[in-house]
Ligand binder design. Structure first.
Ligand code: ADP
Ligand code: MG
Length: 244
């Protein structure tokens, strides 16, 4: 298991976490540590429990067992909106933007936990980072391309001043060139100090930008290690890197 740092210093410390939906056990007593300033990749096939993990961290599902701490404080069972104001922000799978609202209204909705002044400042910051969103500010979000919608989903998360950003399959369904853009956005956010938990099917690109990675298999951690080691791990190559 991962060399433990003082739990009070890790951005997230997950111990024996279980998540169930009725009789389905999506996560079975998993342990993870995410250190401040890292990109940690979570890999695994469909149904492995990746989204359940992010939903548990962000307070959208209650664990059926175990505990999640952030900087030494227990956060499992803290309501989702409280966690957002503490800087734990998720950009959900499938983007889940408001398709009928304008780009700008989507972004404003993402800033619900910050003051009006901060919201204004963050909006300029998002438009600076994603000029295309500025250009399309008044456009209805549902009419954006897939890549633009993903940028909007990330931009919306940035409106809340994330310290820990949880990204659920941000590259899903995007063309290779756009995928590259999304990964470089993740890298640059991280370079500015945002800790990132990156759930991805795109294993190779994720491992290339991550510090550490966990592989989930049917609700359990099957492999973990520094990302550069996993890139060379036979089991990971066979199951997740293959030809790509
Ligand atoms: N709301 C839900 N109700 C019932 N079962 C669910 C629900 N969400 C996920 N599951 C089940 O939990 C398991 C893990 O799902 P999920 O966390 O979405 O995995 P992943 O994101 O890795 O594809 C799967 O067996 C899935 O069918
Ligand atoms: Mg998922």
């Amino acid at each position: 298991m991962r060399q433990q740092t003082d739990a009070s210093k890790s951005a997230l410390n997950i111990s024996n976490l279980s998540v169930s939906y009725g009789r389905i056990e999506a996560l079975k007593r998993i342990n993870m540590q995410i250190k401040e300033g890292e990109i940690v990749a979570i890999l695994g096939a469909n149904g492995a429990g990746k989204s359940s993990l992010l939903r548990a961290i962000s307070g959208l599902v209650s664990p059926s067992g175990g505990e999640i701490q952030s900087y030494g404080k227990v956060i499992s069972n803290v309501p989702a909106e409280k966690l957002v104001s503490r800087g734990i922000v998720q950009s959900p799978e499938g983007r889940q933007i408001f398709f009928d609202l304008s780009v700008e209204d989507n972004l404003i909705a993402g800033g619900f936990t910050v003051s009006a002044a901060e919201r204004k400042k963050n909006l300029s910051m998002v438009y600076e980072r994603f000029p295309i969103l500025g250009k399309r500010a008044k456009q209805i979000a549902g009419t954006l391309s897939g890549g633009e919608q993903q940028m909007l989903a990330i931009g919306r998360a940035l409106m809340a001043n994330p310290k820990i950003l949880l990204l659920d399959e941000p590259s899903l369904g995007l063309a290779p060139l756009i995928v590259r853009d999304i990964f470089s956005i993740v890298q640059s956010l991280n370079a500015q100090g945002v800790t990132v938990v990156l759930v991805e099917q795109n294993a190779k690109q994720s491992l290339k930008i991550a510090n550490y990675a966990y592989v989930l298999e049917v609700g359990s951690v099957s492999i973990e290690g520094p990302a550069d080691e996993l890139l060379r791990d036979e089991r990971v190559i066979d199951a997740y890197l293959g030809k790509g």
